[in-house]
Design a protein around this ligand. Structure first.
Ligand SMILES: Nc1ncnc2c1ncn2[C@@H]1O[C@H](COP(=O)(O)OP(=O)(O)OP(=O)(O)O)[C@@H](O)[C@H]1O
Length: 350
């Protein structure tokens, strides 16, 4: 089942929560909606689910209009951040719930329901918890049960809103891997909301990066990380050093200092230079496009991290953090050269 969203506009009073959003999800894809708080991810998911309606635009499932149908008629499964399990029902009954409330003409027999619930509990690898109640489960187990429950009605589309958001970091990591493996097994078209870039890049086939109600970029995890389309995407995904520069007559300036960087793709005017921390090579003073003085050095896992005050002749200088191998001798007071192996320049406001 495909999802096609076109020109969606959604306002809450004067505030535009979704500003002309368009998106296509192909059958069997697992797509992440990634963006900061308030970027419109949940609003978009709720519109696709049928829990909210746009002011204009269309949503189609396999080419058929979905907006004319209510949530109950869209055959969509949901999982939310806060486990929506029924407290007074066992795990088994929670998973069976959707099957028991189906209209009589399509409802399965009791034996079929039991077999289906068992199958789902096996799928999420929690069959041994069938008789427990939600308050006897860990947070991670509850989310896996919530997923089994969402899948019970064999939805054509699965929507997940920060499904692991309330869990601690270690459990989140485990469940990410688990979700990806599960998706490879069941292949239901899935869209999940997260503000965690690592989660999006690790789990999804494609990532939709949103900011302020707009889509900034849609691409594979490799695309959005390696080839960010906008300054926002570069700043939001991965750790970057960002320097305010000026592109003038084909040259890049940091304060009054001219940097030996290629700016042939850059628009003239005030801009930002983005460099991933690991793309900055350290050399002797005089080498590289940037120069700086080491201020502090601290061990940081397998590397060391140093604060370096960049020299921008005539200007104040800018403090940046760089990573260096542990065996590289760096100490406060050293003056070093820095060469970006890769970098991007985005004009301000572009
Ligand atoms: N019912 C509503 N009434 C008024 N404003 C709303 C309503 N629902 C959402 N908004 C606003 O729309 C914007 C987008 O909200 P949304 O929940 O879609 O963002 P989000 O990207 O999912 O953020 P988060 O990660 O914090 O959940 C926010 O500024 C929010 O305050």
């Amino acid at each position: 089942m495909t999802i096609e969203v076109r020109n969606i506009i959604k306002r809450f009073g004067n505030f535009t929560a979704l500003d002309n959003v368009a998106l296509r999800v192909d059958t069997g894809e697992l797509v992440a909606l990634l963006g900061p708080s308030g970027s419109g991810k949940t609003t978009l998911l709720r519109i696709i689910a049928g829990l909210d309606w746009p002011d204009s635009g269309s949503v189609a499932f396999d080419g058929e209009d979905a907006l004319s149908r209510g949530a109950g008629e869209r055959n969509v499964g949901f999982v939310f951040q806060h486990y929506a399990l029924f407290r007074h029902m066992s795990v088994f009954e929670n998973v069976a719930f959707g099957l028991r409330v189906q209209p009589r003409r399509v409802r399965k027999s009791e034996d079929q329901i039991r077999a289906r619930v068992k199958e789902l509990l096996d799928l999420v690898q929690l069959d041994w918890l069938a008789e427990r109640y939600p308050n006897q489960l860990s947070g991670g187990q509850r989310q896996r049960i919530a997923l089994a429950r969402a899948l019970a009605i064999e939805p054509r589309i699965l929507l997940l809103d920060e499904p692991f958001g309330a869990l601690d970091a270690k459990v989140r990591k485990e469940l990410r891997k688990w979700l990806r493996t599960l998706h490879e097994e069941i292949h239901v078209t899935s869209l999940f909301v997260t503000h965690d870039q690592e989660e999006a890049l690790e789990v999804a086939n494609r990532v939709v990066v949103m900011d302020k109600g707009r889509i900034e970029q849609i691409g594979t995890p490799g695309d959005v990380y390696e080839r960010p389309a906008t300054a926002f995407v570069h700043g939001f995904i991965g750790e970057s050093i960002v320097l305010p520069v000026e592109v003038r007559e084909g040259r890049v300036r940091l304060g009054e200092r001219e940097l030996a960087l290629d700016s042939s793709d850059a628009r003239p005017g005030p801009s930002k230079l983005f460099i991933r921390r690991h793309d900055l090579a350290i050399g002797p003073v005089g080498s590289g496009a940037l120069q700086g003085a080491v201020k502090h050095v601290r061990a940081f896992g397998p590397t060391q991290r140093a604060d370096v005050l960049l020299q921008a002749a005539g200007g104040e200088g800018t403090l940046i953090e760089i990573d260096a191998p542990r065996d590289r001798d760096l100490k406060p007071g050293d003056v070093i050269g820095l060469q970006p192996r890769r970098y991007r320049i985005f004009a301000d406001g572009a």
